[in-house]
Design a protein around this ligand. Structure first.
Ligand code: G4P
Length: 530
């Protein structure tokens, strides 16, 4: 294998999905610790001050002490070059959180062992399923009292509809947490608390067949329970099948405690072996392999106003094939222009560094003078193709926008259209009306504040937002539908998106089902496409 292929083959690009507080940040910190990217876990990100250092580009972030956009981390571990895509969680949950998953080749799902599957995990999981990417589960906080292990697995299978295969098995939890059983090696790894950041704990590895050692390490009760559970498990759980994992139909499950750094390296090592190298991507000319020599990438996220003085934007691209070299000429397909990418950089948690080269699988952020849109393709000047677009994700909050000063109509239309084109918000209109009636839809409510703030600060336009009760949105997939003949429910509203696609807004989920029942042949989708 030549050096070029080697570079691509050692890359692993994944996103971590979880509900807030499940331990995503803590787990990421421990990964970085193993990768040697930081010396002491906890110094990269997670605390309010560190988060500010990452991206204090917008007042709104400072006021709230949260990061509006996500970052990408790259580090090396045992010859692998790892890219972790952070999916913003708390109040800053937005469409960007979903889009980030479009750039990943697999996902790590962190679940709090005492909470099980939570709302945000469920939402992000749906996007992973749509993309059929492998999903790896890390059940965290075993050092605290956890739900029953079988019940946790059952919940994942039932709620998320994916088969589970435990790679290790916990022995107790909370104060009685004794460690995990490695099903493959058939040995017990005893629990040790390495909270203070030392890499290796005092863990022991004991063969499950060595009765005496097992009893003295974990005690009779724990040993008996473990042996019973293993017997049950071997009969009940799905067999490990790498093909099913790669197809996103089976999730390998690991147990551990990110805070005390137990089970993290075990997870990392197994995960890196099981997950994929950069995946081929669908373009209008067919699948493009990452090992193709010609550079190509697509834009999955645009971050506006990182520097207030310049009103610049950063376009985040996922490299899909080839190698990017500093100052090379590329073509922006949608803009039809050959150009040089300006200030390509890797956005690290605490710093940005200008890069000289990057390979398929990597994420780069480039200065965007306002030319890129979400989903755009960048390729070599001689090439001409487009990557499959990025779907529009269903907003969950809606508001009618009222402009305060009608004299500023032009600025208002320009501002709101631009912000919508960047992908920060979605705008909808009723049929047969112009821009005077605009409904804004967002995935996370913070985006309403972002919109208001940006219109005021960048376009000098004041707006008022009136919340609307809609919570469910469905794009109409049927191309030849007569909207006037559609018989919906009384709460249903027919609107169109920025591209003119028809869609329906509903107040409750029941109405969605009712409308489907009343209109045979109607196809509704939660994702909008070009
Ligand atoms: P998130 O990024 O998914 O939102 O979660 P984060 O890592 O910030 O963790 C949320 C809280 O859970 C933190 O506590 C963190 O220390 C704790 N935590 C993470 N992993 C474990 C674990 O394995 N065991 C236990 N017992 N706790 C864990 P916090 O009190 O909110 O913050 P902090 O003051 O400790 O940083």
């Amino acid at each position: 294998m030549n050096n070029y292929d080697q570079e691509i083959n050692r890359r692993r690009t994944f996103a971590i999905i979880s509900h807030p507080d499940a331990g995503k940040t803590t787990l990421t910190e421990k990964f970085l610790l193993y990768g040697g990217a930081i010396n002491l876990a906890g110094s990269v990100k997670g605390k309010a001050t560190a988060r500010h250092a990452v991206s204090d580009w917008m007042e709104i972030e400072k006021e709230r002490g949260i990061s509006v956009t996500s970052s990408v981390l790259q580090f090396e571990y045992e010859g692998f070059c790892i890219n972790i895509l952070d999916t913003p969680g708390h109040q800053d949950f937005s469409e960007d959180t979903y889009r980030t998953l479009m750039a990943a080749d697999s996902a790590v799902m962190v679940i709090d062992a005492s909470k099980g599957v939570e709302a945000q995990t469920r939402k992000l999981f749906k996007v992973c399923v749509m993309r059929k990417i492998p999903i790896f589960t890390f059940i965290n906080k075993m050092d605290r009292d956890a739900n029953d292990t079988f019940a946790l697995l059952d919940e994942i299978e039932k709620e998320l509809g994916i088969a589970t295969c435990p790679i290790n098995w916990p022995i107790g939890s909370g104060k009685r947490f004794k460690g995990v059983y490695d099903r493959d090696k058939q040995c017990v790894i005893t629990y040790s608390d390495t909270e203070k950041g030392t890499k290796e704990g005092e863990s022991m590895e004991i063969s499950a067949g060595d009765q005496e050692a097992l009893l003295s390490a974990i005690g009779k009760d724990a040993a008996d329970l473990l042996l019973d559970e293993i017997a049950l498990l071997d009969g009940a759980s799905a067999e490990f099948d790498l093909d099913l994992v790669r197809a996103g139909e089976l999730t390998p499950v690991f147990f551990g405690s990110a805070l005390t750094n137990f089970g993290v390296e075990f997870f990392l090592q197994h995960f890196l072996k099981m997950t994929t190298t950069p995946l081929p991507r669908q373009a209008d000319v067919g699948l493009i392999s990452p090992t193709e020599r010609d550079f190509s990438a697509f834009v999955f996220k645009i971050q506006a106003n990182m520097n207030k003085a310049h009103r610049d934007r950063i376009a985040f691209m996922r490299i899909c094939s080839g190698k990017y070299e500093a100052s090379m000429e590329v073509k922006h397909v949608q803009g039809g222009k050959v150009m040089r990418l300006s200030q390509p950089q890797q956005i690290m948690a605490s710093e940005r560094k200008i890069l000289d080269e990057a390979y398929a699988g990597d994420i780069i952020g480039v200065f965007d003078p306002g030319i890129f849109s979400i989903g755009d393709t960048i390729c070599m000047p001689k090439e001409q193709f487009q990557y499959e677009g990025i779907p529009t994700f269903a907003p969950e909050h809606f508001a009618r926008v009222r402009q305060m000063d009608t004299m500023k109509r032009k600025q208002f239309v320009k501002g709101i259209t631009q912000i919508a084109q960047e992908g920060a918000i979605q705008i909808f209109q009723e049929f047969n009306t112009g821009m005077e009636e605009i409904i804004v839809g967002v995935v996370g409510v913070l985006q309403f504040d972002v919109l208001k703030y940006r219109l005021e600060n960048e376009y000098n336009v004041e707006i008022k937002l009136e919340p609307l009760p809609y919570e469910h949105i469905r794009w109409i997939e049927n191309k030849d539908i007569d909207l006037n003949k559609l018989t919906g429910t009384s709460d249903m509203k027919k609107v169109k998106d920025l591209k003119g696609n028809p869609l329906l807004l509903f107040v409750n989920a029941w109405s969605v089902g009712m409308t489907l029942d009343r209109n045979k042949g109607l196809i509704l989708s939660e994702f909008g496409r070009d």
